[in-house]
Design a protein around this ligand. Structure first.
Ligand code: GLY
Length: 373
């Protein structure tokens, strides 16, 4: 089977790997593979921390994906010889003041009601785990099975794995899906070249709605949600594990890596396709991070960047076959694209090769959004 994939972010890349490994002839189309949101993301693997009430199906998907990550990363590293920065040493969520603590406590009760308990810690216990935390930190929650991966290592490793199985990368913009006899038949590139395929996967993140050639209503309105992120570096031990905090109601997280990088994120802004880094965004991140970890001001500044999370109308991923035969959607992963990569690749590979959606993916098929499109 010939499969054409629009978008070489982590979702498109992982699906290319899995589908090519099962014998499909895969063509990946992206002018700048492994860039976009995949290159800005911090890479926390936490199914619970960013959950809103009513998102239980997403929690189940996130838990299942997190639990696959160890084997997924090990297989990828073995196949390619490339590191992914995977770690599963827990995520600590801390509260700065009494209101933030009340918020965390509410979250703990919500998690417990969903059957996902987290360990409640006093301020002192938090500082025992993370000695650099501010003396005023009031308490926290430890999610011991959560962790992180380095998206800037994950994406190139996925590309190498896909290529190892024969996937072909075309560095060009996809202009339109070719539709003939009421079915998707391939992709027309911006330079006019045609890539013929039996199945097309649209995995273009925030840009998924901009592809031409499709009948109205096939792609739901995917909106970009901006996130600004700061990268720092330390030569001395600073933070042992991912640490999130709520500081006077405002969320901030820090993701340390073995090589000394510390990623601080992220703003959440509905600004359209705007990837400018702003003084206000950076100030808020650094202000809140410093409240939790005063020593952060000593770290070396490396980089600031802004990415666009793809948000669907209900903020959940949109995965599976569409009303246009041959076209499969793999988009709308919003704040969870890195976390959901392993399970999305499995769901989308089945959708492409067999035309069915496994149990775990059924709450996320495109037909749920037909009215919104
Ligand atoms: N999942 C991290 C973020 O969306 O900022």
């Amino acid at each position: 089977m010939d499969i054409a994939i629009i978008g070489a972010g982590v979702i498109g890349l992982a699906t290319a790997w899995r589908a090519a490994a099962r014998g499909a002839a895969v063509t990946l189309i992206d002018p700048a593979p492994a860039s976009g949101a995949s290159a800005v993301a911090a890479g926390m693997l936490t199914p619970v921390s960013e959950l809103a009430y009513g998102e239980e199906p997403l929690l189940r998907l996130g838990l299942a994906s997190r639990d696959r990550y160890g084997a997924f990363a090990a297989e990828l590293e073995e196949l390619t010889g490339l590191p992914t920065g995977y770690r599963a040493d827990g995520i600590l969520e801390v509260a700065f003041d009494a209101d933030d603590l009340a918020h965390l406590d509410e979250m703990r009760r919500f998690q417990e009601s969903l059957g996902v308990p987290a360990e409640a810690l006093s301020g002192r216990e938090c500082r025992r785990l993370e000695p650099m935390l501010a003396p005023g930190v009031r308490g926290g929650l430890l999610a011991p099975r959560d962790g992180a991966i380095d998206p800037r290592r994950l994406a190139p490793a996925l590309l190498a794995a896909a290529e190892r199985h024969g996937a072909r990368l075309v560095r060009e913009h996809a202009a339109a899906v070719i539709v003939a006899d009421d079915a998707a038949r391939g992709i027309r590139l911006r330079d006019g070249t045609e890539v013929r395929a039996d199945r097309v996967l649209l995995a273009a993140g925030s840009w998924s709605g901009g592809i031409g050639g499709l009948p109205p209503g096939i792609v739901p309105p995917i909106r970009p949600v901006k996130g600004q992120v700061i990268r720092l570096r330390t030569a001395v031990p600073f933070l042992r594990r991912c640490t999130r905090g709520v500081v006077k109601g405002s969320p901030v997280y820090l993701v340390p890596r073995a090589d000394g990088e510390v990623v601080v994120g992220a703003t959440q802004e509905e600004m359209g396709f705007d990837t400018r880094v702003t003084a206000g965004g950076l100030w808020e991140l650094l202000r809140d991070a410093r409240e939790l970890l005063p020593g952060i001001t000593e770290l070396e500044f490396v980089e600031v960047s802004a990415g666009l999370r793809p948000g669907s109308p209900d903020n959940a991923p949109v995965m599976g076959p569409t009303g246009l035969p041959g076209l499969v959607l793999g988009t709308g992963h919003f704040r969870n694209g890195i976390l959901l990569t392993p399970i999305s690749a499995d769901i989308l590979t089945e959708a492409l090769l067999e035309g069915t959606v496994p149990e775990a993916g059924r709450p996320f098929t495109p037909d749920r959004l037909e009215d919104a499109a």
